[in-house]
Structure formats: C-alpha cells, structure tokens
Write a protein that binds this ligand. Structure first.
Ligand SMILES: [Fe+2]
Ligand SMILES: [Fe+2]
Length: 239
C-alpha cells in the first residue's frame, strides 16, 4: 500500500490504477517520478490526503489503465508499445500539425503563444519519429532477441552499440526532451485551457495536445520504469 514516502514511480509500478489518478492531478509519474508522493503533492500544491483518498478509491474499484506489465515478457511489452503508443504518435502528429496550422492562421495574431506551440509541435514531432524508428529498428529487436536467446540458453545477440545501457541512456534523454517540450506547451497554453468563446478547432487542438501528453507519459513510463530496467538486468545476467 502506498505511503506518503513511497515514490510516485513505485506507486505507478505497483498499482497501475494509480496512473489515471496521477494524470488527473498533473503529477509526473514517469520522467520525474523518482520522488516521494508527499513531495510531488507539495510541488503541485495539492493536499496529500486528497491524492491518497483518490489512490485508495482507484485501487478499491479496480480502475485500471492497462494490464500490469511488470511481469510480462519483454517481447509482449515491446509489441504493445509499438502497436499502441508508436502507432498513436504516428497517427496523431499529422493531425496535431494540421490543427496547429489552422489555429495559428485564424488566431495567431491575437494569441502569439500559438505560434510558439506550433513550433514545439513540429520540432518534437520530428524528434519523436526518429526516436520511434531507433527503438523499433535497434533497441527493441535486441531486447526481444536477448530474451529469446536466454530462454534457449543461446548466445547474447550482437548489438551495434556496445553495452545496452548506451542506447537506453540515449532513449531516456530523448524522453526527457519530449516531456519538457510538452510541459512547455502546457505552460504556454495555461494547462491546455482555450480562451473563453474559442472556436471548436482551438478547443480540439488543446484537447488533442492534452491527450498526446497523457499518452506520452504512459508510453515513457512503460519504457523507463519497466522495459529498460528489466532489459539491463537481463543483459547483465547474460554474463
Ligand atoms: Fe517508444
Ligand atoms: Fe521511447
């Protein structure tokens, strides 16, 4: 059971239902999740007991974001990430870029922050697409082969990167950069809140950005907190 001293990351790992609660309160459980719950609440100016009550309720009612991936085979985790999160990013980016173009054209003169958000969408989009390809072409096949070879007592697969920690470090730095870009967009848009009387496109754009950020957090949580530590452990056990 979570206590005020348990880290946000550990709560998210032990109780997948807590992820929705953290999202609702704007608490970072992936890149910035290595801090005690009490500190995370303080930083967000939220009462600890409110969050504890919501966590308890979510766990009791069995609300769950997805299956518990902590024990799943690494191959299944990689497959799930590609089919669910990578496919979502690839489908959503062109839509976000189109919405950004429309709102900048119509409202950019009265809301100069929209142009900054548009630039962030484009730069983070370009970086993310390269990031997904690196995972799919290099890191995930290596991890999948490592697991298979170990199960059949075969040799360690050949990697083009030396230690598996090297590409993992690079992927985690890229996760931080993408998370920071989304956080900047959130700040510029006042928590993705459209101005009063905003048109449906404006609302749709901010709604889509908010959902994109949620999906990114779930995606990064699976990689940083579950897949990568287990891949490193497996690689080490290969001797
Ligand atoms: Fe990924
Ligand atoms: Fe990633």
């Amino acid at each position: 059971m979570a206590t005020p001293e348990t880290t946000v990351r550990d709560i998210a790992l032990e109780q997948p239902a807590s992820i929705r609660v953290f999202e609702n309160f704007g608490i970072d459980y992936c890149c910035g999740g290595r801090k005690p719950l009490t500190q995370a609440c303080e930083e967000q100016s939220i009462e600890l007991k409110t969050v504890m009550a919501a966590l308890e309720e979510a766990t009791a009612t069995g609300q769950t974001e997805s299956r518990d991936w902590v024990q799943a085979p690494l191959e299944a985790i990689c497959k799930h990430i590609v089919e669910r999160h990578h496919a979502y990013v690839r489908a959503e980016l062109p839509r976000l870029e189109l919405l950004a173009q429309k709102v900048v054209a119509r409202h950019g003169s009265t809301h100069p922050e929209l142009e900054q958000i548009q630039q962030l969408v484009e730069s983070v989009g370009e970086e993310l697409l390269q990031h997904l390809s690196k995972e799919e072409m290099v890191l995930f096949p290596y991890v999948t082969n490592l697991e298979r070879n170990l199960a059949s007592c075969g040799p360690r697969p050949l990697g083009c990167f030396g230690d598996v920690r090297n590409p993992i470090r690079m992927m985690m730095a890229e996760h931080d950069a993408a998370g920071d870009a989304l956080a900047q967009m959130r700040k510029l848009s006042h928590n993705f809140t459209p101005p009063e009387g905003a048109c449906p496109t404006y609302r749709g754009f901010y709604q889509a950005l908010s959902e994109f950020e949620k999906d990114l957090h779930q995606h990064v949580h699976l990689e940083n907190n579950i897949l990568f530590p287990r891949a490193i452990e497996l690689d080490e056990s290969c001797g």
